[in-house]
Design a protein around this ligand. Structure first.
Ligand code: PLP
Length: 371
């Protein structure tokens, strides 16, 4: 007898802040035989993943790939490769992920200008405009497109237009937005974007899709100092994803196979249809949950459909309700965090979860528990 029994994962309906439910096709793709990362098969899969990612990011950037690691590895790749000690970096901080970006910029040696906004609000373009006027030496402006801690949808196009013709690179966190809401990397002048797989792409966590403009890659090539991470030095990843296929570290090929299948599913549906599905289902949930006296916490007009932050009335024990939802119905939602912790929930309707029948199942379970 082996000392431990096999670990059998329970069936869960994942409606938290990620991971989201995974299509069995993706799980089957990942469960294929392991192939070496120096095998021509792996190079061919990677080439197709990069092509599909370009479609999903809406970019023609050659430097489009998936970094080993979760969304935070994508964030670190962007900030550590594009920031040098002494650089001025402007960061919008209206939730915990903006704060993490600012922290990383500081770890990379930057002088960080934090544009703080109250939780639940977007960062206005005018604030970025005046920060740029005060700091014309700015090298990077970073924003979070979908703030998963607050449910805020950050407008980006106007900021991209502001940065056109300046020295500042535009870095955007699209961890919770990629594949769920409109994102136009090229048209909005975004120089670097990083994502995860376990949000609106509905693929298990383990890779961080990233894309870098030519301007951003030039910035990396012209660095006076070395990148403060060996593993996440983009030069290493670019060497494997490029035609020379030099490996700096092992590439998790099974995870790559899962992402490949997940992206095929996204493109079979069509990106715009997928955006519309998230918008419709998120709005439906937000309407119906307010009928149960929950209060939506993100500003109207800046609400993400795929991630809703809400507060229950004082009479409801939000933490117990959440625990019972998991124990008695197998449904995971996330608790509120930071400024939204009290009585708060975060409900993700991402990827495979953005469906009417999922909203019905969740609300039926909530109704039963609230009775
Ligand atoms: N950025 C945002 C907006 C996120 O929501 C998250 C995680 O939820 C991250 C970054 C970090 O991603 P990960 O947990 O995959 O490392």
């Amino acid at each position: 007898m082996p000392p431990f029994p096999a670990a059998t994962a329970p069936e869960r309906l994942l409606l938290g802040a990620g991971p989201s439910p995974v299509d069995p096709r993706v799980l089957a793709a990942q469960a294929q035989p392991t192939v070496g990362h120096r095998d021509p098969f792996a190079f061919a899969v990677a080439e197709q993943v990069a092509d599909m990612l370009r479609t999903v990011f809406r970019t023609r950037n050659t430097a489009t790939l998936a970094v080993a690691g979760t969304g935070t590895a994508g964030m670190e790749t962007a900030m550590l490769n594009l920031v040098e000690p002494g650089d001025t970096v402007i960061v919008g901080v209206n939730g915990s992920y903006g704060a993490r970006v600012a922290d990383l910029a500081r770890r990379a040696g930057a002088e960080v200008v934090e544009l703080e906004e109250p939780w639940g609000r977007a960062v206005p373009a005018e604030r970025i405009e005046s920060a740029l006027r005060a700091h014309p030496e700015t090298r990077v402006v970073a924003l979070v497109h979908a703030e998963t801690s607050t449910g805020v949808h950050q407008p980006l196009a106007e900021v991209g237009a502001l940065l056109a013709g300046t020295e500042a690179l535009f870095v955007v966190d699209v961890v919770t937005s990629l594949g769920g809401v409109p994102l136009e990397v090229d048209a909005w002048g975004i120089d670097a974007a990083y994502a995860c797989t376990q949000g609106c792409l509905s693929v298990p966590p383990g890779l961080a899709p990233v894309t870098f403009s030519e301007r951003a890659v030039d910035r990396l090539r012209q660095r006076a100092t070395s990148v403060r991470s060996s593993y996440l030095d983009l030069t290493g990843a670019l060497a494997w994803w490029g035609p020379e296929h030099d490996d700096h570290h092992a590439v998790p090929v099974n995870a790559l196979l899962g992402l490949h299948e997940g992206l095929r599913i996204v493109l079979e549906e069509g990106l715009e249809t997928r955006w519309a599905r998230h918008a419709e289902v998120g709005e439906l949930f937000q309407d119906h949950v307010q009928d149960r006296d929950a209060v939506l916490l993100a500003d109207a007009g800046h609400r993400l459909p795929q991630l809703t932050t809400l507060a229950w009335p004082a009479a409801v024990d939000a933490a117990t309700l959440r625990r019972r939802l998991l124990d008695e119905h197998g449904i995971e939602v996330a608790g509120g965090t930071g400024g939204f912790a009290e009585r708060g929930w975060r409900v993700g309707l991402m990827g495979q979860a953005a469906r009417h029948e999922v909203v019905d199942r969740l609300l039926d379970a909530v109704d039963e528990l609230l009775e």
